[in-house]
Design a protein around this ligand. Structure first.
Ligand code: KIV
Ligand code: ZN
Length: 387
């Protein structure tokens, strides 16, 4: 069976930047955009040009420097937003306008205070207007996760007729279960006329911790674009994490889906975004967290030292981490101590190791983590007994 590509749409600079207190300036955004481009991202959502002069400038400058990726600007289904986005994108080699409107009852009744028919009319007009500027027009049905499938299918069909090339089905509130979200994508594939001519896109939020699972379920059911951010940053509990979806496709080749991301750049990219935004990555974060390849219990350490694959499903080098770490704590065993001692220059005999290990345990019960310097100190202290 032929493998199919899933396009990676990175929205770190738009949805990701909506994290409270994590504002980036244009210079920082340019650095991140060019690194995303180098890493193989297919689409970079550079910002929401009408939202502020700073965002307009960032989208415009990013458009000038990006070499390979499509550069995308967000708009509401509002004529002026689209005019401004088209202006900001005028230097892009491959510009895309991303326009849309809320389609759930909650959005139609409470936010927009209007009717379904009016939503369809506004959606069509927005897509047609965007199409007068650029060939590549993505439409988002905001809160599609809570929109009934029949109405959603009608909206999709109408915007395809107006020229949409990509249909974004956002689970804006992070509400869906993976099965439910996947079924929604399948329903659209089976019930929307013209769907075979457009790309379906997943845009999932993480309010219930299921953004990545939902995106994968969407792709398995036929979506061929995933919208995501580095480190999963974004509004509230964040967006789908880019590094997670990319590695899932890599680790599960039987899905027959792949991306063009150079995974060896993932770790550095994660650090760049974390440092630029002043937003710490949780240590247990999948793929890029400080503990993602750290082993601290004796049983695990013994297994990893004998064969890395015992407790690691991927090679850390694949994501740009030089090697796994064996963290020495009071839960560590002799194998881990001997391994780390060897790394810092001590080849211990079995008898020496037994003596040093007892001293190590006394030390480790006091200190949370035993580092290289401590190992020197412990072994030197034992020398009178071990030599
Ligand atoms: O979550 C969402 O619905 C969005 C849209 C604006 C694409 O971010
Ligand atoms: Zn979003």
């Amino acid at each position: 069976m032929n493998r199919e590509k899933v396009q990676i749409f990175d929205t770190t600079l738009r949805d990701g930047e909506q994290v409270p207190g994590c504002k980036l300036d244009t210079k920082q955004k340019l650095v991140i955009a060019s690194r995303l481009d180098e890493m193989g991202v297919d689409i970079i959502e550079a910002g929401f040009p009408v939202s502020s002069p700073g965002d307009f400038l960032s989208v415009s400058e990013i458009s000038k420097i990006v070499k390979n990726a499509t550069v995308c600007g967000l708009t509401r289904a509002v004529k002026n937003d689209i005019d401004v986005a088209a202006d900001a994108l005028r230097y892009a080699k491959r510009p895309r306008i991303h326009t849309g409107i809320g389609t759930s009852e909650s959005h139609i009744v409470h936010k927009l205070n209007t009717t379904r028919e009016d939503v369809i009319a506004r959606a069509k007009a927005a897509v047609a207007h965007a199409k007068s500027y650029v060939e590549d027009v993505e439409f988002y049905a905001e809160d599609a996760g809570r929109t009934d499938n029949e109405f959603l299918a009608r909206v999709c069909e109408e915007v395809i007729k107006s020229g949409a090339t990509v249909l974004n089905i956002p689970d804006t509130t992070g509400y869906c279960l993976p099965e439910e979200y996947g079924a929604k994508i399948k329903y659209l594939r089976e019930n929307v006329k013209g769907i075979e001519n457009v790309v379906l896109s997943c845009h999932c939020h993480n309010d219930l911790g299921m953004a990545t699972a939902n995106s994968i379920s969407g792709a398995v059911n036929g979506a061929r674009q995933i919208e995501c951010t580095i480190n999963g940053i974004g509004e509230r509990a964040g967006n789908t994490a880019l590094e997670e979806v990319v590695m899932i496709f890599k680790q599960h080749p039987y899905l027959n889906l792949y991306t063009d991301i150079n995974t060896r750049q993932l770790n550095e990219m994660s650090r760049l975004v974390s440092e630029s935004m002043g937003m710490v990555v949780q240590p247990n974060k999948a793929i890029v967290g400080a503990n993602a390849f750290a082993h601290s219990s004796g049983i695990h350490q013994d297994g990893v030292i004998k064969n890395r694959a015992t407790y690691e499903i991927m090679d850390p080098l694949e994501v740009g981490v030089n090697e796994s770490s064996i963290v020495l704590t009071a839960r560590s065993g002799r194998a881990a101590l001997a391994y780390r001692a060897k790394k810092v220059g001590y080849e211990l005999t079995k008898v020496q190791l037994d003596i040093v290990y007892q001293e190590f345990l006394r030390f480790a019960d006091i200190k949370k983590e035993v580092v290289d310097e401590d190992i020197h100190q412990i072994i030197e202290a034992c020398k009178s007994v071990t030599v």
